[in-house]
Design a binder for this molecule. Structure first.
Ligand SMILES: Nc1ncnc2c1ncn2[C@@H]1O[C@H](COP(=O)(O)OP(=O)(O)OP(=O)(O)O)[C@@H](O)[C@H]1O
Length: 784
């Protein structure tokens, strides 16, 4: 063992300003660990980093006193602290406890409205001043591939790898290190290939656009992957001289807020680690962290971590305080390869909620918490509410430092940890490989997300709903060629994963519903006007214009349908569950809902009934208003023939006939479906009424909505009666069941004459007439 250790000496040789490596001990005691300073990379966390956390969950110790040295600022940050908001934590060097049971900024204890950050409250010193407009305006939302970069750690020894920094940026093994002299080394191409010890260009190239994307409403994940001691922590956290991605990202978050005077933000941070396949909250007090490990609940895109402490941050100072506390709790240990190796995967998450600022700062609108559809907040505490018509945009920025993969080590405890680390990284590799395979071959193979906590937690992001940037770090030494090659292969696979990140908005339901209702009213008015003068106008229109007219009516109807559906969906949106739409069975009543919410449901159901009745009648009206089927066939054939001169008339006719059969069949199905929905809704309304829930007067109460007749006369029908015949009622031939009789005999001359429906059509038993009565249906006679 001693010889293996000595052979490792000098492998992590770093250029200036690196300090010489401490001679490695093969037998590290817990005592040693608490004394070991991190010699090679001075931590940005000051003395907090000087502590080594205990290495197993049993013997793990937490810091019980606050680090003496405050977290150094990112260069250029003025040290003046921002004025405190009433709830800004007063903990600091004078704090009696580093892990109070309840933090002042714990989101569950505060009113989000009191801790909003906007361009006025951001301290100029919290802003990098470097944010570049082109990054803010970058088209990051459309990027559907993972941004994959390689960072090669500097070495004083000879590097086994050759990097090309010109486009295409690539890396390949030096020819002298390939297995045989005849083999050409494989060239790996990536978005970025970075070298050197400067963290700023690394941040700009791999992280800045993702941070801006997160501020703009997209979920974003940035993670570092690589062999142990290859530079993941250096890249993400950095040190005093070279702050890494996390501190720079937080600075840009505040810079972004400062540059966006139109919005206000609520920022919540959490910090966790996955150690030996258990998730620990790095911000929770040690007692509750051990007794209540964080659980992953939910599945698919709705993964929830609970209990997980989230703390509101209002300035860089409060971010530093949170980071410092969490960092002090991370499990690191000296391994044969790295004096301060991360033994866990750590995840720093910032939930960014924002909404439009209202002019003057106070809109006088009622609190979002009283908006209909609001459900009690999830255990994570209160969230920013959509308010006064302003929707809330939510996104999560996750910054992940993975534990390094490694070979067997000389220490038993490290070997046990290493097994867990390697297993979860292996699962990550398998998940990525399957996702890549699925995207490139259009397959839907099972993805084993559940095989490790890491992949389960990352499932929503890896499944596509996040902008992802991966930095794969490489140890360039010749002794690490194997591991570096496998890192490059991992990087190549993840490049193939397909992303489709979407912004998530929670709307102010009341305002939105109002908008929808208004639009529906307008549309209905337009529809009624068109229907009223349809009979007269139709006679004057050319064949093409008649088709256009019919299309326009259809468009109006489908927009009304769409909006009605939206009303139902937005009223039943459960904020904790994301975009869940209304239950599939409208007859199901949710007894957890408040009477007011139930009433809103009832109102929506009634409105839908009304709209459906209107739709069904409009369909009938359109059918009655349009020419007889053979004539329609003729019109369509003529139009098509003119459009495709040169095609044989017979072929055109056959095509048109086929299309019309399909069209009529579709129409029939739509009407039957509408009727089924209508009946289900009617049952829903009846159920409400039988429970006495509909007795309170809703804003609009229309149980038997006035139904527009084709000619514009309004009437009322019994709610149970349907204007559509259901299957199995052979006594009423449907308008849709007309035959193609005579269609073959048509000639274009017919079209020159006014289109007059035949007597048989007049005599046909229209369901509209049946329902409304012959007299009320008189407008249909105006057609003639
Ligand atoms: N690009 C770099 N420039 C200068 N020093 C670096 C660079 N990358 C890594 N180092 C140094 O190499 C050592 C190991 O780096 P680091 O701890 O970041 O590795 P790691 O990949 O996080 O390891 P582990 O997985 O074991 O936690 C540290 O002393 C760090 O300061």
């Amino acid at each position: 063992m001693a010889s293996s250790t000595s052979s490792l000496k000098g492998k992590l040789v770093r250029p200036v300003p690196f300090t010489p490596k401490r001679p490695l001990s093969t037998t590290t005691t817990a005592d040693d660990l608490t004394r070991l300073p991190r010699l090679s990379t001075p931590s940005i966390l000051g003395s907090a980093k000087k502590f080594k956390a205990a290495l197993s969950s049993e013997s793990r110790t937490r810091l019980t006193s606050k680090a003496k040295t405050p977290l150094p600022s990112v260069p250029g940050t003025p040290t003046s602290s921002r004025p405190k908001t009433p709830t800004t934590p007063r903990r600091g060097t004078d704090s009696p406890l580093l892990f109070p049971d309840v933090s002042d900024m714990d989101v569950s204890r505060i009113d989000p409205e009191d801790v909003l950050v906007d361009f006025e409250t951001v301290e100029p010193g919290d802003v990098s001043g470097e944010i570049d407009v082109s990054v803010l305006e970058a088209d990051y939302g459309k990027e559907d591939k993972v941004l994959v970069s390689i960072r090669i750690r500097p070495t004083e020894a000879t590097s086994a790898w050759e990097a090309s920094h010109t486009i295409p940026k690539s890396i390949k093994l030096g020819a002298q290190y390939t297995k045989s002299s005849t083999t050409t080394p494989q060239e790996f191409r990536f978005d970025e290939v970075l070298t050197g010890s400067e963290n700023k260009p690394v941040y700009n190239a791999v992280a800045r656009s993702h941070v801006c994307a997160a501020m703009d409403g997209y979920n974003a994940v940035i993670f570092a992957y690589g062999q142990t001691a290859s530079g993941k922590t250096f890249t993400l956290t950095g040190d005093q001289d070279q702050p890494g991605i996390i501190p720079r990202a937080m600075k840009d978050v505040f810079a972004y807020i400062r540059r966006t005077p139109t919005r206000e933000y609520l920022l919540r941070c959490s910090y966790l680690e996955i150690y030996n396949e258990a998730i620990h909250d790095l911000l929770a007090p040690p007692s509750s962290s051990v007794s209540q490990p964080v659980q992953i609940q939910g599945s698919g895109a709705n993964v929830v971590l609970t209990p997980l402490r989230e703390e509101v941050v209002t300035s860089l100072k409060s971010v530093r305080e949170v980071l410092e506390r969490g960092e002090g709790n991370r499990r690191t240990a000296s391994t044969d390869w790295n004096e301060r190796s991360s033994r866990s995967h750590s995840v720093f998450r910032v939930v960014i909620e924002s909404r439009e600022r209202c002019a003057g700062g106070e809109d006088g609108a009622p609190s979002g918490r009283t908006t209909p559809g609001f459900r009690p907040p999830t255990p994570g505490g209160p969230k920013l509410q959509a308010r006064g018509g302003r929707s809330v945009q939510t996104s999560v920025l996750s910054l992940i430092d993975l534990a390094g993969s490694e070979k067997a080590t000389s220490d038993k405890e490290r070997t046990r940890e290493g097994k867990y680390i390697n297993t979860s990284l292996l699962t990550l590799g398998t998940v990525i490989a399957t996702l890549a395979e699925n995207s490139s071959k259009n397959k839907a193979d099972h993805v084993p997300f559940r095989n490790s906590k890491l992949t389960r937690m990352l499932q929503p992001s890896l499944s596509g709903n996040a902008r992802i940037s991966v930095i794969c770090t490489i140890n360039p030494d010749t002794s690490a060629i194997g591991e570096s090659t496998s890192t490059l292969l991992f990087a190549q696979r993840i490049k193939k994963v397909q992303l489709h990140a979407q912004k998530k908005e929670v709307v102010d339901t009341e305002a939105l519903l109002e908008r929808y209702r208004k639009e529906i009213d307008d549309l209905k008015k337009r529809l009624a006007e068109r229907e009223a003068d349809a009979p007269v106008r139709t006679r004057r229109l050319s064949a093409r214009e008649q088709l256009d007219e019919s299309r326009a009516m259809n468009d109006l109807n489908s927009r009304i349908r769409q909006l009605t559906k939206l009303i139902l969906t937005s009223q039943t949106v459960d904020e904790s569950k994301g975009d869940e739409s209304r239950p599939s069975s409208p007859a199901k009543i949710d007894f957890d809902m408040s009477p007011y919410q139930l009433q809103q449901e009832l109102l929506a159901a009634r409105q839908q009934l009304e709209t459906q009745a209107t739709q069904i009648l409009s369909l009938e009206a359109a059918l009655l208003a349009r020419p007889q089927l053979p004539q329609m066939h003729q019109i369509a054939t003529k139009t098509r023939y003119e459009e495709n001169l040169g095609e044989p008339l017979r072929a055109v006719r056959e095509d048109v006939e086929k299309e019309w059969i399909e069209k009529l069949d579709k129409e029939k199905k739509t009407r039957l479906k509408l009727e089924e929905e209508r009946q289900a809704l009617a049952a829903f309304v009846r159920k409400f009424d039988s429970l006495g829930l509909g007795s309170l007067p809703p804003p609009v109460t229309i149980l038997n909505p006035p139904m527009p007749t084709p000619g514009g006369i309004m009437s009322t029908v019994a709610e149970v009666e349907s204007p559509v015949r259901l299957p199995g009622n052979p006594t009423q031939p449907s308008l849709l069941e007309e035959q193609w009789d005579g269609a073959d005999e048509m000639s274009f001359e017919l079209l020159e004459k006014p289109i007059i429906p035949s007597d048989s059509r007049k005599a046909s038993r229209s369901p509209v007439r049946e329902v409304l009565g012959e007299k009320e249906n008189r407008p249909t006679q105006k057609i003639y």
